[in-house]
Design a protein around this ligand. Structure first.
Ligand code: PEP
Length: 252
């Protein structure tokens, strides 16, 4: 839909040292300098946040982090707070990525606490939801999305959620080369949007951006973006290379 500015976000996962990340970021900002009707975000590893922030300063690319911890500060070895991310230059934070749910014990309850922590400091949360292959095959896609969205977004008032972004990422499509068909993605996005309407009303459901993630590439982005409820993409593998990511950014 025209009134939602598309967001193309790159999740660099545990790839790139600080200097490699700076190099990719520098190549990217040159290639996307003319992409002014779209929001662009890259999420390098924590160790590269400040160095990449310096490279993309004054460009149209924003910085994001891949996770956060909900406390402000304290004896939590290895954790990073929302306040620290803002100080490092972040404007977005990815929350509840399926790799964190799968390998690091992330639950809908921890996702909920992390969203609250991000909103406390005006970081825009990009909250990931999506079903596994077994859940899809068992016909549970909508019930999984229902639970993740209801519990993840529980206890918020509508005003709190205006900056929230949801990323629909079917787990079976992440890093596998299998992309959901445009129909499968649109159907899931439409379901999520209707659920947001039921929970928070149509002002929020009309304005909230719902990204698709799962093996997005320059070859499949245009078809996905043509669907009415797909407002952008969360890109893993193809965001690591400035040329392929900039082609995705310039999908039109
Ligand atoms: C992701 O990590 O969110 C993702 C969608 O990865 P990929 O694009 O590599 O499937």
């Amino acid at each position: 839909m025209q009134h939602r500015t598309p967001l193309i976000a790159g999740n660099w996962k545990m790839y790139k040292t600080s200097s490699e990340a700076m190099e990719t970021a520098a190549q990217l900002i040159k290639r996307v300098a003319d992409a002014d009707t779209i929001d662009i975000m890259i999420a390098p590893p924590y160790t590269a946040l400040e160095s990449v922030a310096a490279v993309i300063k004054d460009s149209c690319v924003s910085l994001g982090a891949q996770d956060l911890f909900w406390e402000t500060e304290g004896a939590y070895t290895g954790q990073i707070s929302a306040e620290m991310l803002v100080a490092a230059g972040c404007r977005y934070v990815i929350i509840g990525h399926s790799e964190r749910r799968q390998y690091f014990g992330e639950t809908d309850e921890t996702v909920n606490k992390k969203i609250k922590a991000a909103l406390r400091v005006d970081l825009k949360p990009v909250v990931c939801v999506g079903e596994t292959e077994a859940e899809r095959e068992a016909g549970q896609t909508f019930s999984v999305l229902d639970k993740q969205v209801r519990m993840g977004l529980d206890k918020y008032f509508i005003d709190d959620l205006t900056s929230l972004v949801i990323a629909y990422e079917p787990v079976w499509a992440i890093g596998t080369g299998k992309t959901a068909t445009e129909e499968q993605a649109q159907e899931a996005h439409q379901y999520i949007r209707s659920l947001v309407e039921e929970l928070y009303g149509n002002t929020l459901s009309d304005s909230i951006r719902i990204l698709y993630g799962g093996s997005v590439k320059p070859e499949n982005i245009t078809g996905l973006m043509a669907r009415p409820d797909i407002d952008g993409a969360l890109v893993g593998g193809a965001s690591l290379d400035a040329e392929s990511f900039s082609k995705i950014v310039k999908f039109r």
